[in-house]
Write a protein that binds this ligand. Sequence first.
Ligand code: FAD
Length: 522
Amino acid sequence: MAPVIIIGAGHNGLTTAFYLARAGLSPIVLERRSMVGGAAVTEEIAPGFHAPALAHAIGPLRPTVVRDMRLEGRVEFIRPDPRLITLSPDGHALAFSTDVARTADAIRPLSSADADAYPQFCATLERLGAFLGGILDVTPPSLDGRAVGELWDLLKTGRRFRALGRADSFRLLRWLPMPAADLVAEWFTSDLLQASIAARGIFGVSQGPWSAGTGAALLLNAAFDPVPGGSSVQVKGGPGALTAAMAEAARQAGAEIHTNAPVAQVIVRDGRAVGVVLEDGKEVLGRAVVSNADPRRTFLDLIDPIELDPTFLTRARNYRSRGAAAKINLALSALPSFSGVANPSDLKGRVQIGHSLDYLERAFDASKYGEIPSKPYLDITFPSLHDPSLAPPGAHVMSIHVQFTPYTLSHGWTWPMAGVELRRVVLDTLERFAPGIQLLVLHQQTITPLELEQTYAMTGGHILHGEPSLDQLYAMRPILGWAQYRTPIEHLYLCGAGTHPGGGITGAPGRNAAREIIKALK
Ligand SMILES: Cc1cc2nc3c(=O)[nH]c(=O)nc-3n(C[C@H](O)[C@H](O)[C@H](O)COP(=O)(O)OP(=O)(O)OC[C@H]3O[C@@H](n4cnc5c(N)ncnc54)[C@H](O)[C@@H]3O)c2cc1C
């Protein structure tokens, strides 16, 4: 039987490969880089120092994907508690535990009213998250929506929506289009608490906490994991260990995986995808082609425009995929100490620098105008605290997500030149919270938005393969009418983060896509 070709070995491509192999569809994965994993990789940043090059916390992955690929037996998942510590410039820090009462106790010194409101907020987020969680693993409806399975899914969603009750269903409808900032301000008064929770609505997106619709991103995150501090799941060995294990699971199920195999074009004959041409000119033919590349790259770079309807092409061009994130990874001679963090083991989760809604919004404002924020929003992990083998004895690696780093710079600045300024701003910011940290830096790696695009193939440097805004979610991801993992070209499918339910290391798009492909091909 002719194989199914999968372009890209990101974690979603690997997930799709696993399920297709299990269904006997003989997938062949073609990855352009020398390693599998896409944005979920561990790379050597200096001799003896290994860091999560890009993503550092895991989605979390959908439990079905973990179970089916038997990932618990292949890697060690670490679930730190506290999950998140948000630092304040006044020397305080707020720790978010998985335990609601413990977090409420941590909030009490900031505001006893906020501490009292926190358990109710958690319970509400859990209920709304559970409702939305029900649609993560379901294919969104098509425009005509006539298929029996689709109607059944819609009916089930409608019944679950009614079961939410009046208060929660109205809350959900109100919260989705709201700015995350207004949402949290309805519950809490403390800057530190508001900023920590609202950050979940802006991580990885090109919008600030006061942008309308960031409430939807916050709720989507809650659907994967409702704890307000967000997911902090890590993997021993970094995300690269996870994707290596996913590749192993896919291979064992029967998938073939080739690295250093960049696809230049999808071959289309009579409106049907029949294979791909590699950059070296070699053709690989198959019964279907599945793209793990982002939607813009797939439709605008890998397909001859003549094969697509002009209206569809315009929509693909209008798909918003301009990112606002960079990554700085540091090799440190020792673990830095942060003001307000007495116990170094509290650094095992994520550390946030971004203590108020104003701070976060100003960082966004700068990036909106093409400037590097002078006070950036940082999301940090120390993977070597979980796996000392990632650094030499006593030394550490620090993984820093720099949110609101503009892809397009103003004032004549260009990437990668501006990386020097980005690094200066980030190190100066860190110095304020961890005095002396600059003296510990042995080596640094800066990955600019341009490198996200050029090295990691994320168009526009968008870490989620496109903005998760209300007009690009669910039945509109990536394009209204094409949210069922199919495309206007017969036997060409999408399986990456640019499809429902979007970015993050979750495996959900990959699994959903596989289900639709198996249904179509079997
Ligand atoms: C800096 C950064 C930080 C992040 N932080 C987090 C985090 O903490 N937690 C979290 O859950 N998520 C995080 N994310 C988001 C998450 O990593 C991504 O949304 C997710 O990994 C996307 O997975 P994917 O498999 O859909 O696509 P990708 O991982 O992008 O994989 C796509 C693959 O396709 C390959 N490819 C593209 N074009 C071709 C071609 N022509 N030929 C062959 N191969 C091709 C690429 O090389 C790549 O390997 C982060 C991402 C980045 C970049």
